[in-house]
Design a protein around this ligand. Structure first.
Ligand SMILES: Cc1cc2nc3c(=O)[nH]c(=O)nc-3n(C[C@H](O)[C@H](O)[C@H](O)COP(=O)(O)OP(=O)(O)OC[C@H]3O[C@@H](n4cnc5c(N)ncnc54)[C@H](O)[C@@H]3O)c2cc1C
Ligand code: FES
Length: 250
């Protein structure tokens, strides 16, 4: 884990209220894995006092990381105004992250809203970008409306199949993204080892875990909580989980 003074390479609005921030921090990127996160402070002010946690959206081992964020309050509001060349302080990479082995034949990746953010780095690793691996990757994206469906082209570009659901039916299936997952798993399945990976609102994660259990498919769920330190010191982010097969960001 490093604390580094990073430089902003780019900060662009990719959809209304959603931004992608590219940060130069090769030290963090070198050790980062999909599903991990960083604690970030932009500008020189200590208001807000606490750093904000953000999933690592993309990893470029030679230059740095990208973050995909939604503007919801003071910290993210300040981030939206930061320009290329300005500084940002990054602590990372933190958290357990997702894991899988080479034998994995099929990955079902489920994202709800901004929960799609860490799933691009995961899908890039799963599709074996750059190392010529072959693996079926289906990304199920859900959101309230079409504006909340993020990174469709990016997922397709790396060879993932994308299925979409929106609450209001403005894009893809009208209903919950978990309905798409269940519909897929309800079809006759091949013999390839399959695993589900998920990040999104807690209710969605709970439903994904129930579906995984019903179809006897291993599942990893990335859980988010309000955070203060981000490094396991204050225990403010602890989320109770049942059994030992599921783990949160810590
Ligand atoms: C491990 C982790 C990874 C995250 N990854 C991302 C990411 O990739 N992209 C992204 O956009 N956001 C992500 N978040 C959420 C992000 O940290 C918050 O949106 C951010 O801290 C809000 O800061 P703010 O100062 O703008 O809002 P504040 O002014 O602090 O809060 C505004 C409102 O949002 C609520 N809020 C703040 N944080 C959270 C939270 N974690 N969950 C639910 N409600 C919250 C507050 O209660 C308040 O009502 C992640 C959170 C965690 C814990
Ligand atoms: S925020 Fe998780 S232990 Fe402090």
């Amino acid at each position: 884990m490093y604390q580094v003074k990073s430089r902003v390479i780019k900060n662009e609005e990719v959809a209304e209220g959603y931004f992608r921030l590219s940060l130069e921090c090769p030290e963090v990127a070198e050790k980062a894995g999909p599903g991990q996160f960083v604690m970030l402070r932009v500008g020189n002010s200590y208001d807000p006092l606490l750093r904000r946690p953000f999933s690592i959206h993309r990893i470029n081992k030679w230059s740095g990381i990208e973050i995909l964020y939604k503007v919801i309050g003071k910290g993210t509001g300040m981030m939206a105004h930061i320009k290329a060349g300005e500084g940002a302080s990054v602590i990372g990479s933190l958290g357990n992250g997702f894991s899988f082995t080479e034998e994995l034949g099929e990955a079902l990746v489920v994202g709800g809203g901004i929960g799609a953010a860490p799933l691009l780095a995961l899908a890039e690793k799963l599709t074996g970008k750059g190392i010529g691996e072959e693996r079926k990757v289906i990304v199920f994206l859900g959101g309230k409306s079409k504006e909340d469906i993020l990174c469709v082209e990016e997922f397709k570009e790396i060879g993932a199949e994308v299925q979409i659901a929106t609450d209001d039916g403005s894009l893809g299936h009208k209903g919950f993204v978990t309905e798409l997952l269940e519909r897929y798993l309800g079809q006759p399945q091949g013999t390839a080892p399959t695993r589900i990976f998920s990040c999104g609102p807690h209710l969605m994660s709970k439903r994904v875990a129930e579906i995984a259990k019903k179809y006897n498919t291993p599942c990893q769920v990335s859980l988010e909580a309000h955070m203060a330190c981000g490094v396991g010191a204050c225990l403010g982010c602890v989320i109770k989980v049942k059994g030992s097969g599921v783990r949160g960001q810590f």
